[in-house]
Design a protein. Structure first.
Length: 194
């Protein structure tokens, strides 16, 4: 497949060498369909070293492709397979693996050093819901202007916040300063499967 970049045509290299692109005189043939290959070849085919031209001929007679699986082996390892189906199955597996990986969601909750009790309780309830949903919570106290002198208030506020969320999650670390913010990250507790 070719694509154009600023007037130049750039050829995209194939992931595997197939059929006529395999120019080595001998290869090691492996695969699940060696019985089918044996019928075409008229002899019992085992996972052994064969002349490349013979194996290409067998693949052509089966209506399949000769695909180089391991090019760095001595001699290279090849299979007779349907290359398009092989690529399709490979992409499908990669997609399944990607879907199974957990995506971490981080929700932020902002406090001021002088946050009153009502606001604090309101934000704690939100944090509880976030943790129950499996998201991490990044809580921070933002110090504006001269409020930077109240670092101890901010730390007490975040420690109180952690105490309220003990049942729902655990802090990854103690509150720490980053610029004008004091930050703590709370991870949800693992739910016990019954």
């Amino acid at each position: 497949m070719a694509r154009r970049t600023r007037g130049k045509v750039v050829r995209k290299e194939a992931e595997h060498r197939i059929n006529e692109n395999i120019r080595i005189p001998k290869i090691r043939l492996v695969g699940d369909n060696l019985d089918d290959v044996s019928e075409v070849a008229g002899q019992k085919i085992l996972p052994e070293i064969y002349d490349t031209y013979k194996v290409k001929k067998w693949a052509e007679e089966l209506g399949m492709d000769l695909v180089e699986i391991s090019p760095n082996a001595k001699p290279p390892v090849c299979k007779i397979i349907d290359y398009k189906r092989f690529l399709y199955n490979k992409k499908k597996k990669e997609k399944e693996i990607k879907a199974k990986t957990a995506k971490t969601v981080i929700k932020e909750i902002r406090f001021g050093p002088n946050t009153d009790d009502h606001d604090f309780d309101f934000k704690v309830k939100h944090a509880m819901k976030f943790l129950e949903d499996g998201a991490k919570v990044k809580a921070y106290v933002h110090f504006r202007g001269r409020t930077i002198v109240f670092k101890d208030r901010g730390e007490l506020l975040l420690l109180k916040f952690l105490k309220e969320l003990e049942e729902y999650g655990a802090a990854e670390a103690l509150p720490k300063m980053e610029g004008r913010r004091m930050i703590v990250i709370v991870s949800p507790k693992k739910k016990k499967k019954s």
